[in-house]
Design a protein around this ligand. Structure first.
Ligand SMILES: C[S@@+](CC[C@H](N)C(=O)[O-])C[C@H]1O[C@@H](n2cnc3c(N)ncnc32)[C@H](O)[C@@H]1O
Length: 197
């Protein structure tokens, strides 16, 4: 059932977070060769980030619970001639994929989860990430002004991705997330680089 409300966000034109292009933070990371090996984009939406990474020649799987978003993503891939895979998968059940990834991108998914959900998500992410693999989380931060919905504190990231759950936070840097409801500067964000132990 979790997919249905999310799917509705994509029914009447672009969702508030769907800017129709990759997030600048993802473009920067890609230009710095931050993505390697098999890449998973968790909560990929209509796929702009996944499509950009795949256009660089990497193997990319984008997963989301919103079928409408994935249909749009597949259409864009076809139109642009980019080879990329999109699948309806619940990010709380990634182990069902039966696949491992060297790099994972979470652009705007972690910050939608609360308490218990975060622990479940972190565990299932760990189950599909290679040892020494890298997770990048771009999420709304609590450092205003003009914070986005569900802002996350640095401590929240460090608490969720702790060594006991199989992760080591390598860096958390202030960044921006572009949305359709902020001005050109976007919303304050954290860009976290997290290593699988
Ligand atoms: C804020 S949007 C970000 C979408 C995309 N990453 C982007 O940057 O445009 C969060 C996305 O996560 C998806 N999502 C929410 N819960 C999910 C879950 N349990 N499993 C997979 N995807 C989920 C939503 O459908 C939505 O597309």
């Amino acid at each position: 059932m979790t997919g249905l409300p999310w799917d509705a966000s994509y029914h009447d034109g672009p969702a508030p977070w769907d800017i129709g292009r990759p997030q600048p933070a993802v473009l920067r990371l890609a230009s710095e060769r931050g993505f390697a090996g098999a890449v998973l984009d968790a909560g990929c939406g209509t796929g702009e980030n996944a499509l950009h990474i795949a256009s660089l020649g990497l193997s990319v799987l984008g997963v989301d619970v919103a079928e409408t978003a994935l249909a749009i993503a597949r259409e864009k891939a076809g139109d642009r001639g980019i080879e990329v895979e999109f699948a309806v998968v619940d990010a709380f059940q990634l182990e069902h994929l039966g696949r491992m990834f060297q790099t994972i991108l979470d652009c705007g998914l972690f910050h939608t989860f609360d308490g218990d959900e975060r622990a479940r998500y972190v565990a299932t992410l760990a189950s599909v990430t290679d040892h020494h693999g890298t997770l990048y989380v771009l999420c709304f931060s609590d450092r205003g002004p003009d914070t986005g919905p569900h802002p996350v504190r640095q401590e929240d990231l460090r608490a969720a991705f702790n060594p006991g759950s199989g992760w080591n936070v390598a860096a958390i840097e202030p960044d921006r997330i572009q949305t359709r409801f902020h001005d050109d500067h976007g919303a304050p964000a954290w860009f976290a680089t997290i290593k699988r132990i």
